[in-house]
Design a protein around this ligand. Sequence first.
Ligand SMILES: [Zn+2]
Length: 209
Amino acid sequence: MLGLSIVGSYVYQKCRAEQRKTAEIEALSQALERYASQVALEQVDRPIVEAVRRELASSCSPRLEEKVKDMDLAARREFFAGIVRNVARAMQVDIKSLSFGDLDAGHIGRCRNEGFDIHLTITDAVIMADPRRAVYTICHELRHAQQFTSFTDDRWGFSDRRKAQWLSEFTASASQRATESEAMFRAYRCQMLELDANNFASAVTKNII
Ligand SMILES: [Zn+2]
């Protein structure tokens, strides 16, 4: 009898543990869904995505690698500067300056604001070694420019919720920048901004480059 009850209790415990685990997994997947829907592209993104896709389809075709394979650094800088200009125009975002060169290890692109001015940097390493990644990075960084611009001049009509999410992260990140390393800043402070920029870059480049 004692043995049975121990077994019974064990089975009961195991069952409870499994139920807890299932509930935990359900809660996590619901949270994940909520999180994904928070960063999902909005209706107003559609025409922007389409415009960028049209632009990339013309500037990166027929094959991007073929197009750039004989270009030296200077020629590639010029080619990718053209892509930045055209994609920025398609996104209706204004860039004050574009530079090519080096960034801290691990970074291939950067979008920085000084007041209302937006400065973009793309590394020489990525335009030389991985043209597809360079195009993706350009779209990613230009999306940051769009996020930033939307706070002061939302010419696209993003939802208030979206802008509030972006702004709260942007504000938090600006005050944290001084005390945290760039890696920490990116890892912990910029999830929404980064996820959105990646979402956007994936949407515009998918099956195009
Ligand atoms: Zn980013």
